[in-house]
Design a protein around this ligand. Structure first.
Ligand code: COA
Ligand code: AMP
Length: 625
């Protein structure tokens, strides 16, 4: 096999030739004659005349190739005590039948289906069933509250929502159905039908005429065949946080997605068909889409669907138990999970209680892998620990250590090198390219490789403005960092108002929107501050309206954020402050606030209207007042 440099250079010199070769690993109903449509920059389309079905690539072709009896999906749920293995033939059967159910409800090519489900097999089956029909799924993370769900329903305008009666968190049962009902009540574009998985822990009432029982429908369902769709047709929309309160619906195509994900399985993760891959994430996030559902199945590997936590279900040995029981070769999780394990098991006593001989690599993403956590994991596990950097928008790693090609020495704190297809550049404030070691805005030269976003659902103007306008010819990642003299990339954090809470991406803007609606609040700012386990947590600062009382306000605001956005925001701290620092044009100086709260020596910006405000706030932010 070629080495990394050869692959990377080939992908830069002739992207169409490079990805055309990669596309041979996909089963097309009409193989693409054209690889890249670059006639309308900055809009690029991969495999414009190709046609395929993603579900057929993930299931049918493996059954046809003799993998019918091989495990495709292992469901392991310590929170309920359930385990079940689906072979490829079983997963295909259930998926084809649920596709039949959806078709019976009027879902066809291009129609949207919102998926609001916990980590149960029905989530994977629903996603694949949508793909089978050429319908577009939009999975909403179960930790989001009704308001967030309603916003996504109104943007995606689904015909059907698939949900469950409840989720099972270690400390409580989360009733999904009342949240869905509340969201639908708020929505302007409610779905025609809701299909509900009734779980044993809690069964919910169904609304006659609208709600249907998943199991009842499946009992009489007729399987349907995969529907070939254009490679450029949307496979899914996944909402992610932008800098405003309104989430961005990232659109993923079918063809580029299948080609890119298949490529990564061998080249980045060094996985072969039949081996076991476990992404300990959630299907509500991009990691879950790409690496719980699609990539392992596209390859013909076995994927693990884990309904549990790194700690507390029942102890910090949970991950190592799953690895030993299911023979996991590659574990992919977020650094926050490793920090949580380390906190409860600093000596690694649980690590050594299990047979981890199958485990060859630990990959992490979702936030920067801090050097401390990196060293702990290497010492305790004794295997390569690989940080890799990506985003919902890209769907797969922008920078990684491509273990299937070449294992580069790790530099702690760096996700190593740009992957083929990604021409990563760092720009300074005046648009000049930064020298090695100099920090700036991380950008990627267009075209982005296959599998990356096609745009924002229904909002092309926002797509252009958010990503393409600032540096013409480049995609702006929203992350800051630098390339060192060896070409290693260091990603230091967001340069916008997006924060990362326990690997969950959230917008401070959406939290501010909730705070601002309280009648006592005149103005507010939310910033991300460091947290030992979660990496970052949001912190609110509010200024009272004249005559308003601060009595009970922080508690009320914490509750509002939990009710409106969800528990997952982990919003616990609000300070009532006399004023917020602003520029003379009235913009709140959030970056300065962030810097002070992080303990940095922040220079007082020259644009500040009243420096005295900062003097009052600094001790509060540093926890000294
Ligand atoms: N449905 C409903 N509620 C959910 C939920 C879901 N799917 N997921 C989380 N929540 C709730 C939790 O119950 C918790 O509620 P609480 O405030 O009542 O306790 C809250 O949201 C925060 O949950 P979580 O982020 O899981 O924090 P935690 O303190 O319970 O656990 C970690 C901390 C580090 C163990 C956990 O965040 C974790 O496993 N993170 C990994 C994240 C990840 O995989 N990210 C994907 C990127 S690879
Ligand atoms: P999401 O879209 O939810 O996957 O979040 C993407 C964001 O998470 C990125 O823009 C980064 O800010 C952060 N992120 C993800 N992986 C890494 C990583 N390996 N190193 C640093 N930041 C990361």
């Amino acid at each position: 096999m070629a080495d990394y440099r050869e692959l990377f250079d080939a992908s830069m010199a002739d992207p169409a030739a490079f990805w055309g070769r990669a596309a041979e690993a996909v089963t097309w109903t009409r193989p693409p004659q054209r690889i890249l449509d670059d006639t309308d920059p900055p809009q690029y389309r991969w495999f414009p005349d190709g046609e395929l079905n993603t579900c057929a690539n993930a299931l049918d072709r493996h059954v046809a190739d003799g993998r019918g009896t091989q495990p495709a999906l292992i469901y392991d749920s310590p929170v309920t005590g359930n385990k079940r293995t689906y072979t490829y033939a079983e997963l295909l059967d259930e998926t084809a039948r649920f596709a039949g159910v959806l078709r019976g409800l009027g879902v066809g090519v291009g129609d949207r289906v919102v998926v609001y489900l916990p980590m149960i097999p029905e989530a994977v089956i629903t996603m694949l069933a949508c793909a089978r029909l050429g319908a577009v799924h939009s999975v909403v993370f179960g930790g989001f509250a009704p308001h967030e769900l309603a916003v996504r329903i109104d943007d995606a305008r689904p015909d059907v929502v698939v949900t469950a009666s409840c989720g099972v968190e270690p400390s409580r049962i989360v009733q999904y159905k009342p949240m869905l009902d509340a969201a639908i009540e708020r929505a302007q574009f409610p779905p025609r039908h809701c299909v509900v998985v009734q779980r044993d822990h809690h069964r919910c009432d169904l609304i006659e005429g609208r709600d249907l029982d998943f199991a009842v429908l499946m009992a009489s369902a007729t399987p349907v065949d995969p529907v070939p769709v254009a490679a450029t047709a949307p496979l899914y929309v996944l909402y992610t946080s932008g800098t405003t309160g309104k989430p961005k619906g990232i659109v993923r195509d079918n063809g580029g997605h299948a080609v890119a994900l298949l490529w990564t399985m061998r080249h980045v993760y060094d996985l072969a068909p039949g081996e076991v891959f476990w992404a300990a994430s959630d299907v509500g996030w991009v990691v879950g889409h790409s690496y719980i559902v699609y990539a392992p199945l596209l390859l013909g590997a076995t994927t693990v669907l884990y309904e549990g936590k790194p700690v507390g279900t029942p102890d910090p040995g949970a991950f190592w138990r799953v690895i030993s029981e299911h023979g996991v070769k590659v574990l992919f999780t977020a650094p926050t999970a490793i920090r949580a394990i380390r906190k409860e098991d600093p000596q690694g006593e649980y690590v050594d209680r299990y047979d981890r001989s199958a485990l060859q690599y630990l990959f992490v993403a979702g936030e920067r892998l801090d050097p401390d956590t990196y060293h702990w994991a290497v010492e305790k596990l004794g295997i390569p620990v690989i940080d890799h950097w990506w985003q919902t928008e890209t769907g797969w790693a922008i920078a990684a250590n491509p273990l299937g090609v070449q294992h580069f020495p790790v530099k702690a704190g760096s996700p190593t090198l740009p992957m083929p297809g990604y021409d990563v550049r760092v720009f300074g404030p005046n648009g000049q390219e930064c020298a090695p070691g100099e920090e700036g805005a991380i950008c990627i030269r267009l075209p982005l490789p296959p599998g990356t976003l096609q745009g924002i659902w229904g909002d092309d103007a926002r797509y252009q403005k958010s990503y393409l306008a600032e540096y013409p010819g480049f995609y702006l990642t929203g992350d800051g960092g630098f390339l060192d003299e060896d070409g290693y990339l260091f990603v230091m954090g967001r340069i916008d108002d997006v924060i990362n809470v326990a690997g969950h991406r959230l917008s401070t803007g959406s939290i501010e929107e909730v705070l601002a609606t309280h009648p006592a609040v005149a103005e507010c700012a939310v910033i991300g501050v460091p947290d030992e386990i979660k990496g970052q947590v949001p912190r609110g600062l509010v200024v009272l309206k004249a005559g308003a009382s601060a009595e009970g306000l922080p508690e009320a605001l914490v509750k509002s954020v939990r009710d409106e956005i969800g528990a997952v925001a982990a919003f616990k701290t609000v300070d009532v402050v006399p004023a917020l620092p602003k520029t003379r044009s009235g913009k709140i100086l959030r970056k300065t606030l962030r810097g002070i709260a992080c303990g940095r020596d922040e220079p007082v910006p020259s644009t500040i209207e009243d420096p005295a405000v900062l003097e009052v706030l600094a001790p509060i932010l540093r926890g000294e007042a």
